[in-house]
Write a protein that binds this ligand. Structure first.
Ligand code: ATP
Length: 576
């Protein structure tokens, strides 16, 4: 629960003035004016029932006040809404932005510790829990204050009836205490079922082609239907539990009210209870009932927020509360600063050294161990080995996309402290085994944020042997690709990704099985062109390939078996 209070405290400091203003408004607008109305009503009835009755001036005065007070309350309510509504969205946006930022700042290959479905659900519902709880407190404070004032005022009239009016409160506290542990259980189950459902939905949209091609529509839809039903059942259970809790509280109030009316009837006869006094009791009764409901809402909000923050903590890890609540500008009312591409200064490569590096996937004995080799300027190194021997793992570890667990990397003799931030253009450019394309044109996909240059684009297109493919498209390099580049063939997708790498003009080119979908002729041409550029510009190539075409250009071969270098099958350059 400590995390919940810290998050609420941090939210408060985003807009201390607004939150304080809303709190004061809710206390004055609901508690203060509420008490005033109650007093006026009492006075009205007492005076009306007295022998002298109401004078005309008194009557109009009271009626006018009874009209003005609700109008002021309505005004206070509107100001409250105007102040709190916008901040609700802002707080959610801050949380969402912080979660996106955290995800984007992770090393590329670090698998998210939660599924896509869970992530979507967190961004959708969990982020909203703290702030919606936050806005309940001023109400609870207002109504509690009102109830307290009511308690004092009424006990001066008749303490037994007052006790009867407030007795349900104690019972309600007890009921909420008993029901509290279940609130978290039902909410957590509902969230987990929603995670699975959203995860399945995401998978279907991401892999719809694979699903169609494998004729798996029926099976997946069945599974989606089953998850949907489980989600609905968990949601229903949670909703039913919430309604049951609310109705338990309501009924406690109703029983209390009946008890109270019985007592009043008795007291009115015995002690000459006035009509005004009775009206005041009835009037306060509504507020006590509302306070009890709010108490239930806040208690359940505290529990569900605790669950949501626990879930978000699984994504954000240590210091999750600070990461989630870190505040900075959202640029809602002005343009954000123009994004300046941080192109790093050229970093000439003379020699890259890989010394005894290793990486193990968490919780497994899979990965790479004790890998040592050198990449001199202009060299062409091919990494080979059977499926699962660690080729991709080696490249990703070198690029900092996986955090190495052993060994060192150096660039021109200097240790690379943080490969993730160093091994990017202009030092290294990378074509992953499964490159990601985006909707937009071929040009957009190749540039991907880099400045537009026709010369550079032509160069990159030629390096990737894409020119004939583009010549067949009426709009050439401006041809639009569907979502995720779906309108391209596998080989074309690979070559757009190679062109993207070439466009970056890095010193070290890293290609992971990037020609697997090419026909022999195109692949031959591709390596021929890459080799020509290597010779002309001194580019260093590190290439995973299982096919013979790239091997033809190799002046070094790193053969992996079971995550280690097999010296018998490898061929090194210089002293490794
Ligand atoms: N995220 C992961 N978690 C656990 N194990 C993994 C993970 N990714 C890969 N592995 C395992 O690590 C080993 C090396 O995988 P890697 O992808 O590097 O092999 P590869 O040689 O590139 O294979 P391929 O030729 O099929 O691309 C494999 O046994 C694989 O199952």
């Amino acid at each position: 629960m400590r995390n919940v209070w810290t998050v609420l405290k941090n939210i408060f400091w985003y807009y201390p003035f607004h939150y304080s203003a809303v709190t004061v408004l809710r206390i004055v607008g609901f508690a203060g004016l509420g008490v005033l109305s109650g007093m006026l009503i009492k006075r009205f009835f007492d005076q009306a029932a007295s022998a002298s009755g109401l004078t005309e001036a008194q009557l109009y005065g009271i009626v006018a006040l009874l009209i003005v007070v609700p109008l002021v309350q309505a005004f206070a309510y509107s100001v409250d809404l105007a102040l709190s509504y916008g901040w609700t969205e802002i707080i959610r946006a801050v949380f969402r932005r912080n979660m996106y930022r955290h995800v984007l700042e992770q090393p590329g290959a670090a698998a998210l510790p939660v599924s896509h479905g869970t992530l979507m659900n967190m961004l959708r519902t969990d982020v909203a829990m703290p702030e919606s709880l936050m806005w309940q407190f001023p109400y609870l404070l207002g109504y509690s204050l009102f109830a307290l004032i009511g308690f004092v005022t009424l006990s001066l009239i008749d303490w037994t009836a007052t006790l009867a009016l407030f007795a349900p409160l104690l019972l309600a506290l007890l009921a909420v205490r008993l029901l509290k542990p279940r609130i978290a259980v039902y909410f957590e189950r509902q969230q987990s079922a929603t995670d699975l459902y959203l995860g399945q939905l995401t998978d279907i949209f991401r892999h719809h082609q694979a699903i169609r091609i494998n004729n798996a529509d029926g099976a997946l839809l069945d599974r989606l239907g089953k998850l949907g039903k489980e989600r609905a059942a968990a949601g229903k259970r949670n909703a039913v539990f919430t309604v049951v809790m609310e109705s338990v509280l309501d009924n406690i109030v109703n029983v209390g009210m009946a008890l109270f009316l019985l007592l009043i009837g008795y007291t009115m006869e015995q002690a000459g209870f006035t009509v005004g006094g009775f009206t005041l009791y009835v009037y306060f009764l509504g507020y006590v009932a509302q306070m009890i409901r709010l108490y239930g809402t806040v208690t359940s909000g505290l529990r569900t927020t605790e669950v949501s923050l626990g879930r978000i903590g699984r994504l954000l890890g240590d210091g999750s509360v600070q990461t989630l609540t870190r505040y900075d500008t959202l640029y809602l009312d002005r343009e954000p600063p123009v994004f300046q591409l941080q192109t790093l200064p050229p970093r000439r490569l003379d020699l890259v050294e890989v010394r005894r590096i290793g990486y193990s996937y968490p919780g497994t004995d899979q990965g790479i161990r004790d890998i040592t080799f050198r990449l001199p300027r202009g060299s062409f190194t091919v990494v080979t080995g059977p499926v699962g021997s660690g080729k991709t793992t080696l490249l990703r570890t070198m690029l900092g996309l996986l955090p190495k667990t052993a060994g060192e990397l150096s660039w021109n003799g200097e240790r690379i402290a943080d490969p993730a931030s160093f091994m990017v253009p202009s030092a290294a450019a990378y074509v992953p085994q499964m490159p990601a394309l985006f909707s937009g044109s071929v040009r957009d996909n190749i540039r991907l944020g880099y400045p537009d240059s026709d010369m550079r684009l032509d160069d990159a297109v030629r390096t990737a042997v894409l020119e004939d493919d583009l010549a067949r498209c009426p709009r050439g390099v401006d041809t639009l690709l569907g979502a995720s580049g779906l309108t391209l063939s596998g080989g074309q997708r690979q070559r757009v990704a190679i062109a993207r790498m070439a466009y970056r003009q890095a010193e070290l080119w890293v290609l992971d099985d990037s020609s697997s979908a090419l026909d022999a002729e195109t692949e031959n041409l591709l390596w021929e062109r890459i080799d020509a550029i290597r010779q002309a510009r001194g580019i260093t190539c590190l290439v995973v390939s299982a096919k013979p075409y790239a091997l033809r250009y190799a002046d070094q071969i790193i053969a992996l078996t079971g995550g280690r270098i097999d010296p018998a099958l490898s061929r090194f350059l210089g002293d490794a």
